[in-house]
Design a protein around this ligand. Structure first.
Ligand code: IPM
Ligand code: MN
Length: 353
């Protein structure tokens, strides 16, 4: 049966990088013999400006019919910040219950790393970010809005079930990875004494009962970012809440060589998952054929893994490493030594060979 894949190229450079990822998907399909069908959706800033629609409820029903979704980028310079992010990206994550945001932080050979003396041996960890709760749940409100006595409350929602499913996913992933089998809980138990107390109790209860083979570690979020810079080699898998995960994975992206390489998956292990380069729509590079498509190709690699095409996924990663390691001058837009299209061609050729 053909894998059914929804494609949302989105805004800015999203469409340009998506085309290159699909080129690599095609090369992988030709080589490994799996079948797939893509259906494209035009959600994004342009559609919103035309019709006022972000992600209509009927569209969500359509999206539920796919095994996976590949997303280019969301964000438009003429649309007020928050509308597209909340209306498309966050809506899809919540409605499709993509409760894991999976962000590998891996430095490939020959990629410039801003950390002095750190090599690919030192930087290879994964962040498991809870993706449907916390401060992102939208709980809160105003009192006396617009008056001098105004009060704004934004609450972090942490459910035992939501925390447990996220922790179990992280433990399982740690077990599967070929590393030190250490899972680090990143929290703030010294200040957020309700939410992270529950996280910590669940972490140790689940660890003791179900994952005695996995080493457990804990770091406050402020210490986590310090270690990510100073001793990234200490990390194997980090699990954390939605807001902390958002923040630390941007640092992760920089540590692995920038937004040109960083990819992520919004994962519902029992449902529809959505994969994206995490760099955004980069309006200033739009339409110039200079943006780095590697992050989107990596997102496609993660998608192949989720679709059960492990061999194809491994071949895509090998091709990325090959092209990045031997051809590209830089990971930054406009400085790769090749155009967006050429980088896509190079990776697709490496997959085929
Ligand atoms: C991300 C982004 C989103 C988030 C924004 C665009 C809503 O920063 O995917 O990390 O905060 O989750
Ligand atoms: Mn973010």
């Amino acid at each position: 049966m053909a894998h059914q894949i929804g494609v949302i190229p989105g805004d800015g450079t999203g469409p340009e990088v998506t085309v290159e990822a699909l080129k690599c998907l095609e090369a992988a399909s030709a080589k490994f013999g799996f079948k797939y069908e893509t259906t494209e959706f035009d959600f994004g800033g342009d559609r919103y400006k035309r019709t006022g629609e972000t992600l209509p409820d009927e569209a969500l029903d359509d999206l539920r019919g796919f095994r996976a979704i590949l997303l280019g980028a969301i964000g438009h310079p003429d649309v007020k910040p928050g509308i597209l992010e909340k209306g498309i990206l966050l809506k899809a994550r919540f409605a499709l219950d993509q409760y894991i945001n999976l962000r590998p932080v891996k430095l490939y050979p020959n990629v410039d790393c801003p950390l002095k003396d750190k090599t690919p041996d030192d930087i290879d960890f994964v962040v498991v970010r809870e993706n449907t709760e916390g401060l992102y749940a939208g709980a809160g409100g105003y009192l006396k809005q617009g008056t001098p006595d105004e009060i704004a409350v934004q609450e972090s929602i942490n459910t035992r079930k939501g925390v447990e499913r996220c922790l179990r996913y992280a433990f399982e992933l740690t077990r599967k990875r070929d590393k030190e089998k250490t899972l680090t809980l990143c929290g703030k138990t010294n200040v957020l004494t309700f939410a992270f107390d529950m996280w910590e109790r669940a972490f140790h209860e689940i660890g003791d009962a179900e994952f005695p083979d996995i080493k457990r570690d804990y770091a406050h979020v402020d210490a986590t970012v310090m270690w990510m810079v100073k001793n990234p080699e200490w990390f194997d898998v980090i699990v954390t809440d939605n807001m902390f995960g958002d923040i630390i994975t941007d640092l992760g992206a920089m540590v692995q060589g920038g937004m040109g390489v960083a990819a992520g998956g919004n994962i519902n292990p029992e449902g529809v998952s959505m994969f994206e380069p995490i760099g955004g729509s980069a309006p200033k590079y739009t339409g110039q054929n200079v943006i780095n498509p590697i992050a989107c190709i990596s997102a496609c690699q993660m998608m192949l893994d989720t679709l059960g095409e492990a061999e194809a996924a491994a071949a895509v990663e090998k091709a990325i490493i090959d092209v990045v390691g031997t051809k590209l001058k830089s990971m930054s837009a406009g400085r790769m030594g090749y155009s967006t299209t050429e980088v896509g061609d190079l990776v697709a050729e490496a997959i085929a060979s």
